[in-house]
Design a protein around this ligand. Structure first.
Ligand code: F6P
Length: 363
């Protein structure tokens, strides 16, 4: 087989395990096939900017240290649509051709994109413009990519959220308080549900299941009646207020991000329950730090399989984790689908079975 040149980039929000995937791709491509591997910096920008911004991986740079490192050594971006790229003068420009020309200038044969559903959709559209063969690797702490049980980063984020619960429980007990933990997840509640179950929550609120403030207050009253003086509530950032309003914060750059539903709940609950309430917003600590062993393993398996797909000429596919196996699915099958928590699936059933209040959807 002729020596191939493959590019790899990370796109969208970072998470733990990205470097482990980069390392796996480099090892499989260089050791297994004798190919050249180019890491593109800052998502699609590395191919759109001139001079091109990239690094060639070798087995020395793709060392065991990468396996342990949080973030992405390539950098990433999670805003700025290349088809309508915001320019400094306030206009927007279609930069898709610059991306395709950059890919050609580097002499690449295929591109591996590590991204969530949103960034993978945009990159796939970019690749289609120039007939660029692409393979996707799913990553996101939100774990909302369709057709994969796990995306890189979710399990490490879950460990952080679960540890936060372990730390909140004793202080909640000491002060007889209701502790509310607001976790990330964008429009889905995978982190909230899993961390809530693992951390012994009394109530878990997620965007997929409607809730009522009376329902949460009722659960806290029930806990009290059982003789416990404190309670733990986990809320996913994407949950809406009781009246259906999203709670967001506009950042300095003008972008709105979820945040604040925990404070909303605390204010409302204070009128319904006689207990002090405190809120912890976990934020980006869920994305940072070293990847846990499971994420390192998933990332490594994804990286190896992605390179094997290119070797087999199977393009425009995404690697996925299904029932303990690495498989691959067409990119077209994941586009535009957000994989939420199944309100009637195993996780929700488990929470209900434990007596956790998870909203007002019947079983
Ligand atoms: O999609 C990952 C995620 O961490 C979400 O859970 C969160 O809502 C969002 O990204 C935060 O984005 P940013 O890093 O731009 O603040």
């Amino acid at each position: 087989m002729a020596q191939k040149r493959i590019g790899i980039l990370t796109s969208g929000g970072d998470c733990a395990g990205l470097n482990a995937a980069l390392r796996a791709v480099a090892h499989r491509a260089i050791r297994g096939y004798g190919w050249k591997v180019y890491g593109i910096r800052d998502g699609s920008l590395g191919l759109m900017n001139r001079p091109l911004d990239f690094v060639e991986f070798d087995l020395h740079t793709a060392s065991g240290e990468m396996l342990r490192m949080g973030g992405t050594i390539l950098g990433t971006v999670n805003k700025g649509d290349p088809f309508a790229y915001p320019m400094p003068d306030g206009t927007t420009r279609d930069r898709s051709q610059e991306f395709v020309e950059g890919y050609r200038e580097l002499g690449l044969d295929a591109l591996i994109v590590i991204g969530g559903d949103g960034s993978m959709r945009i990159l796939n559209k970019l690749c289609k413009v120039g007939g660029v063969p692409m393979v996707g690797i799913p990553k996101t702490i939100d774990n909302d990519v369709a057709h994969t049980d796990y995306a890189i980063g979710f399990i490490t984020a879950l460990s952080v959220a679960s540890e936060a619960m372990d730390r909140l429980a004793p202080t909640a007990a000491s002060h007889h308080r209701v502790m509310i933990l607001e976790v990330m997840g964008r429009d889905v509640g995978h982190i909230a549900m899993a961390a809530g179950i693992a951390g012994g929550a009394d109530a878990i609120l997620i965007p997929e299941i409607p809730y009522s403030l009376d329902g949460v207050a009722g659960k806290i009253a029930e806990v009290r009646a059982e003789g416990r003086n404190h309670a733990l509530v986990v809320v996913a950032e994407g949950c809406k207020t009781e009246s259906g309003r999203s709670v967001t914060q506009v950042q300095a750059d003008g972008e709105a991000r979820y945040g604040g539903i925990g404070q909303y709940l605390a204010a409302k609950l204070s009128t319904l329950v006689e207990a002090e309430t405190r809120v912890t917003v976990l934020g980006h600590v869920q994305r940072g730090g070293q990847p846990g062993p499971r994420d390192r393993m998933i990332a490594s398996a994804f990286g190896v399989h992605a390179v094997d797909l290119i070797a087999q000429g199977k393009m425009d596919r995404m690697v996925a984790w299904q029932h303990g196996q690495v498989v691959d699915v067409p990119l077209t099958e994941i586009a535009g689908i957000t994989r939420g928590v199944d309100p009637y699936g195993t996780v929700a059933h488990t929470a209900r079975g434990l007596g956790i209040y998870i909203g007002d959807m019947g079983v």
